[in-house]
Design a protein around this ligand. Structure first.
Ligand SMILES: [Zn+2]
Ligand SMILES: [Zn+2]
Length: 274
């Protein structure tokens, strides 16, 4: 080892003391100090498309200046076509831009499972912007994540929505149950599919676990996911929760009283239902 290498090594060690390893901006990966809110560097904090302004009263997406009412273009088209989403109300923390994408990619593909809890904190603060803490506490009977297929979970080691949901529910003091829904079959990646293809892709992909059916009856449910794009997945799940059909038993169960969802990022309004 040369003297220069040795010096560099000592310098790096000292840097680690000031910045403990693991303290990197969850979006760009830059070293940050541990006082940063949501573990985002200053630049990423500013670049995030935080939804603090007008947003769709149905799906929670940010509204464009050209959207006249309190619904986004997609939701007003759905309303006009009589095909409104089956969930009651959606909330998103940020519009889906490059910073938000980097955070989600780091969590899903970058072995940064720790980001899940930080997103849970962001989701909690997002709800506190709408409701008092004790109001939120009494709003839902069950919080649950959108499930991933067991094979995918096996590769990644976790379901990102589960990590986010746990972090949120813990802070909100709400009952959390990741085992209500089952993903019955694998689906194609939604990316690159049109709205109609997305609906077909997801149809029949989820069901409610047999022993959880009674728990769902009359419950007020909050679904958690990392990102909301066309809404096909959330719509499908909300429909099942509200009107469950159990094929193992020859009778109908009553569904959930209310299904809302909360996502970290809301994607661009790209649905134009026929
Ligand atoms: Zn950053
Ligand atoms: Zn909308």
């Amino acid at each position: 080892m040369s003297k220069r290498d040795w010096l560099r090594k000592i310098e790096n060690e000292m840097l680690d003391l000031v910045y403990p390893p693991g303290l990197y901006c969850i979006s760009c990966g830059k070293i940050i100090d541990d006082s940063r809110t949501y573990r985002l560097c200053n630049d990423c904090m500013k670049s995030m498309n935080w939804i603090t302004d007008r947003h769709c009263g149905k799906c929670g997406r940010p509204l464009a200046d050209t959207d006249p009412g309190n619904l986004c273009f997609g939701c007003s088209q759905r309303e006009a076509a009589g095909r409104m989403f089956s969930f009651d109300k959606g909330y998103a923390c940020a519009g889906y831009g490059s910073c938000e994408q980097a955070v989600i990619f780091a969590l899903k593909y970058g072995s940064r499972a720790d980001i899940g809890d930080t997103l849970g904190e962001i989701l909690y603060d997002r709800m506190l912007a709408e409701y008092e803490a004790d109001e939120l506490d009494g709003m839902y009977d069950i919080v649950m994540p959108v499930p991933v297929h067991s094979e995918k979970k096996g590769i990644r080691g976790f379901n990102q929505a589960d990590l986010i949901g746990k972090g949120f529910a813990e802070r909100a003091g709400l009952h959390y149950d990741p085992n209500v829904l089952i993903r019955r079959r694998k689906t194609l990646p939604m990316k690159g599919l049109g709205p109609e293809e997305r609906r077909e892709n997801i149809c029949g992909a989820f069901s409610i676990r047999q022993r959880k059916l009674s728990m769902v009856e009359g419950a007020r449910i909050l679904l958690i996911d990392d990102i909301f794009t066309t809404g096909a997945t959330i719509d499908e799940i909300a429909g099942i929760l509200k009107d469950p059909w159990n094929d193992d038993e020859d009778r109908m169960h009553n569904g959930a009283a209310r299904v809302d969802f909360l996502a970290f990022a809301g994607g661009a309004d790209i649905i134009v239902p026929a």
